[in-house]
Design a protein around this ligand. Structure first.
Ligand SMILES: Cc1cc2nc3c(=O)[nH]c(=O)nc-3n(C[C@H](O)[C@H](O)[C@H](O)COP(=O)(O)OP(=O)(O)OC[C@H]3O[C@@H](n4cnc5c(N)ncnc54)[C@H](O)[C@@H]3O)c2cc1C
Length: 479
């Protein structure tokens, strides 16, 4: 059934079929949109979630909408859910490819009590204690919001907390200091575990020199969660149109005109939720304000009981290590092991074997018994890293009805739901009490502004990234 031929607005009960193959080399710094109707990345989540739920088919004619959300990942869908649930606003979601095609069906599924990439101690240095405490409360509230939201979504939750594993002995003093700060200043019960305890009672990671255990942390099935959000949104009257990339955007007399291949959508307000897939061409507001980086992930065949024993994996909780270019890993409910880390620098290089090999090597370093194990799934995606490592949920110009939420920097599984709640609040005109820096300023430009604010300089940004990755490698493994 070609859903594009169906009348827009009619309730459709099947997912729109893909119109083009998955493009493994897509690069947001170089391409103008992420495509049109492309198939999903071959992630474990997509391979095991079952059929995607129904959607409303692509846009096929000019139409009027009140609020349009661009992007149908966790952020876009949760924004639409909260707009409908809290404010009675039934949004129209426009998605370039299949529903939740971006990071939301490609991640590690680790919901952590965090927002952005900075630690609590770094929040204090940047903003002072009062703001850091408020930011912590925002994350704790976000975690509660997330738990509430997933209560009736069958997304295989693995609760219990997060183990942050010291990959070298020299990082333990800093970890101990951070844990003490979390307990004493933030009232958040982080515990330090020594190397023996980690290896004997939690996970026989050969690199573990100790760990910090955080009480919050839930592993989820990413695509089941995204599909659950999709069903929830549509049940609330939200319209979701896949294969409808926004390819042009004009604003006249306070109205937005969003050009898609099937027709122009006129909107009173627009919420942008395009994450690491935000192209420079989408709207001048976003030009070079994000620095998308590639992360790759892979999933083994199910481990045998003997292999689990050999690796002494005694937890299904979510695990990350202390590398700057961190490894995230966990034993999935079906006893496969997932592991992920940084990947290539450009989309063109992403499919190269060396990136998958480097993850396989990382897996074997942690668990020598799994050296050479069959890998059933391997994929990658663009993470929305901001230039100051913190997200923004803002209305950049008070005179314009344009809003956005992005920049979670690899910590968006949980926080995207809270960001969706905050974005809905802003769009509904109820954002008055949002007084954290992440709600009050735009995504910042990078420091060396002249070098990077034009696409012509994209190679220089990437040159800088190569240099940074080399430095992080030295810091993580050598110095
Ligand atoms: C490999 C990997 C592992 C990760 N692991 C974790 C983890 O364990 N824990 C964690 O917290 N976070 C993790 N993340 C990050 C997390 O997945 C993201 O923060 C989160 O999914 C962001 O959701 P989003 O809705 O903002 O963006 P996305 O899910 O990326 O959705 C953006 C959507 O916008 C659409 N779009 C873009 N441009 C247009 C346009 N012009 N018109 C219409 N639609 C458009 C895209 O097609 C895309 O579907 C990981 C990311 C990756 C890639």
């Amino acid at each position: 059934m070609d859903l594009a031929d169906k009348e827009v607005g009619r309730t459709l009960n099947a997912a729109t079929a893909p119109r083009a193959d998955y493009d493994p080399a897509y690069d947001p710094l170089l391409d103008s949109t992420p495509g049109q109707g492309r198939d999903y990345a071959p992630s474990y989540w997509i391979g095991t979630a079952g059929e995607p739920p129904g959607d409303d088919g692509p846009v096929t004619q000019d139409m009027d909408a009140d609020v349009v959300i661009i992007g149908s990942g966790f952020t876009g869908l949760t924004t639409a859910i909260f707009l409908a649930q809290e404010y009675g606003i039934k949004a129209t979601v426009l998605e370039a490819n299949r529903t939740a095609w971006g990071c939301s069906t490609r991640n590690g599924g680790q919901a952590q009590c965090a927002s952005g990439r900075l630690k609590r101690s770094q929040w204090i240095s940047r903003w002072g204690l009062d703001t850091a405490l408020k930011m912590h409360r925002e994350c704790v509230e976000g975690m509660e919001n997330f738990k509430e939201l997933i209560k009736d979504i069958d997304c295989d939750p693995q609760p219990g907390g997060h183990l942050y594993v010291a990959h070298r002995a020299k990082v333990m003093p800093a970890l101990e200091k951070e844990a003490a700060l979390l307990r004493e200043t933030f009232g958040y019960n982080a515990r330090i575990l020594d190397a023996q305890t980690v290896r004997n009672e939690w996970v026989g990671d050969h690199e573990a020199h100790g760990a910090m255990h955080e009480p919050e942390g839930i592993g989820i099935h990413a695509a089941k969660l995204a599909f659950g959000y999709l069903k929830k949104a549509r049940a609330l009257g939200v319209k979701v149109h896949p294969a409808s990339p926004v390819q042009g955007w004009e604003t006249r007399n306070g109205q937005h005109y969003l050009r898609t291949p099937g027709g122009v959508v006129r909107a009173r307000a627009v919420g942008v939720a395009t994450g690491g897939y935000t192209a420079n061409a989408l709207n001048p507001e976003f030009r070079n304000r994000l620095f998308p980086i590639l992360s790759n992930s892979m999933v083994t065949r199910p481990l045998t009981a003997a292999e689990i024993e050999a690796c002494n994996i005694r937890t299904h909780q979510v695990l990350t290590d202390t590398r700057v270019l961190r490894n995230y890993y966990r034993l999935l409910p079906d006893n496969r092991l997932q592991i992920g880390s940084r990947s290539a620098i450009s989309g063109r290089d992403a499919p190269q074997e060396q990136y998958r090999r480097s993850l396989e090597d990382g897996l074997a370093r942690k668990f020598p018994a799994l050296k050479g194990i069959q890998i059933d799934y391997s994929w990658w995606g663009w993470v929305d890293v901001s230039h100051d490592m913190m997200p923004r949920i803002v209305q950049p110009n008070k005179n314009e009805t344009l809003y956005y939420a992005m920049g979670y920097g690899g910590n968006g599984v949980m926080y995207s739901a809270q960001a969706g709640r905050r974005l809905a609040q802003l769009i509904a005109g109820k954002g008055g009490e949002l007084d954290l820096p992440i709600f009050q300023s735009r995504l910042p430009f990078p420091n060396v502004r002249e070098m990077v604010t034009s696409e012509a300089f994209a190679p220089f940004r990437r040159f800088g990234q190569r240099f940074l990755y080399r430095w992080y490698y030295l810091k993580d493994e050598v110095l």
